[in-house]
Design a protein around this ligand. Structure first.
Ligand SMILES: NC(=O)C1=CN([C@@H]2O[C@H](COP(=O)(O)OP(=O)(O)OC[C@H]3O[C@@H](n4cnc5c(N)ncnc54)[C@H](O)[C@@H]3O)[C@@H](O)[C@H]2O)C=CC1
Ligand SMILES: O=C(O)[C@@H]1CCC=N1
Length: 264
């Protein structure tokens, strides 16, 4: 399988890292385009893939093309390459806010489009991707796309109306989780733990807790209660978090995230 990426920044690099790790395709079977020579040098050095400055070359050489530029450049890039898109191509969008309908309109002809929302943990094979497709994408093609998405983590086929929610709950959420880990480590450092050790303790606690949610099937509240001993340390921390509006702060942040995505 050959895969092309138009734009190779943070998200494309994470996806390619996962794809190469799982051996879905080799470095020689991936081609990426960047806007600058420096970008291409970075992609070549970090990922070892083929590089070009010509977005059209990506479309000519591959049938599976990921549009991995920022949303504001989608229109410009689609205008550049649309003349080269055939019925054999499958276009994968990873941008928030760009609906299948919007994408179809910009291509201006029947084009197979898969809309996804991945996240950067793809880099370590622990990504989470929401995915939906337009009616031109056949089952066999969707199976190939699922294989790619599955190579760097989990994926769920979802109705398109939920895609903006996926942006906030998994596309953007690694940023909030990293802030949480950083804040926990800051507190541990404040109480005397060396910084590197603090990151390890905090990150492993987050990973283990996430695994418990995914693997036990228990309600997160029940898992929380299992940690809170009567009159103990944890319930005091929980009390302080509630006082600081912990849950509400996350909910409001995510609602803002969804709103911005919807307007893109
Ligand atoms: N960073 C993240 O965590 C996530 C990002 N996304 C989406 O992925 C897309 C890419 O985002 P990032 O990788 O974070 O951005 P980025 O800025 O790291 O990478 C974008 C890349 O596109 C290249 N580029 C810009 N204009 C170009 C053009 N005309 N032709 C070819 N290459 C061009 C740039 O050189 C850059 O390397 C965006 O649509 C973003 O919303 C989706 C999920 C998560
Ligand atoms: O911040 C952004 O717009 C992109 C979309 C999801 C994660 N990063």
């Amino acid at each position: 399988m050959k895969i092309g990426f138009i734009g190779c920044g943070n998200m494309a690099s994470a996806m390619i890292g996962g794809i190469l790790e799982k051996g879905i395709c080799s470095k020689q079977e991936i081609i990426v385009s960047n806007r600058t020579v420096e970008g291409n040098e970075r992609s070549k050095k970090n990922l070892g893939v083929n590089v070009t400055l010509d977005n059209c070359q990506v479309v000519r050489e591959t049938k599976t093309v990921v549009l991995a530029v920022k949303p504001q450049f989608y229109e410009e890039v689609i205008a550049q390459v649309k003349g080269l898109i055939t019925e054999k191509h499958v276009i994968i969008s990873i941008a928030p806010g760009k609906t299948l309908r919007w994408l179809e309109e910009k291509f201006g002809k029947p084009v197979k489009i898969v809309r996804t929302m991945p996240n950067t943990p793809a880099l370590v094979g622990e990504g989470m991707t929401g995915v939906c497709a337009n009616s031109y994408v056949q089952d066999i093609e969707m199976a190939g796309i699922k294989e790619i998405l599955g190579s760097f983590g989990r994926y769920e086929v979802i109705p398109e109306r939920l895609m903006d929610v996926v942006v906030s709950v998994s596309g953007s959420s690694p940023a909030y989780v990293f802030m949480f880990i950083e804040a926990m480590a800051d507190a541990a450092v404040a109480d005397g733990m060396p910084r590197a050790q603090a990151y390890e303790f905090a990150a492993q606690a987050v990973m283990g807790s996430a695994k418990m949610v995914l693997e036990t099937g228990k309600h997160p509240g029940e898992l929380k209660d299992m940690v809170c001993s009567p009159g103990g340390t944890t319930i005091e921390a929980v009390r302080q978090l509630e006082k600081g509006g912990f849950r509400s702060s996350i909910i409001e942040a995510m609602k803002a995230c969804v709103e911005v995505g919807r307007k893109m």
